[in-house]
Ligand binder design. Structure first.
Ligand SMILES: [Zn+2]
Length: 106
């Protein structure tokens, strides 16, 4: 039983959240949409690989969340962890741990 629950430890307290993103489900959706191809390097992604594997699948915000990009399908793409990392998007480290994303409060 050497199993670790890294993702669960990364869960934030959800105080008044109104939007929930199921990251695993989104990954599968995008995987189908992109035919299993990384949006950045155009090579195949293996969904079975787990973060922080260099070739694991990660959700990437096309427009960074910090710059007003929403967590919506049109702003998300599936990439390798390493490709995202190379792109210099620091957010992706957080994205992998977040299971619930809170929309900005009005
Ligand atoms: Zn890639």
């Amino acid at each position: 039983m050497g199993r670790k629950y890294i993702n669960k430890q990364g869960r934030r307290k959800s105080r008044g959240h109104s939007g929930v993103l199921n990251a695993a489900y989104k990954r599968q959706q995008l995987f189908k949409k992109q035919d299993g191809i990384c949006a950045l390097c155009r090579e195949e992604i293996d969904l079975k690989l787990k973060w922080p594997h260099q070739l694991s699948a990660t959700l990437d915000c096309i427009i960074p969340y910090s710059k007003g990009g929403g967590v919506v399908d049109s702003n998300l793409q599936l990439t390798h962890y390493k490709c995202n990392h190379q792109r210099g998007n620091k957010m992706i480290n957080e994205m992998n741990e977040i299971t619930e994303i809170r929309e900005e409060e009005r």
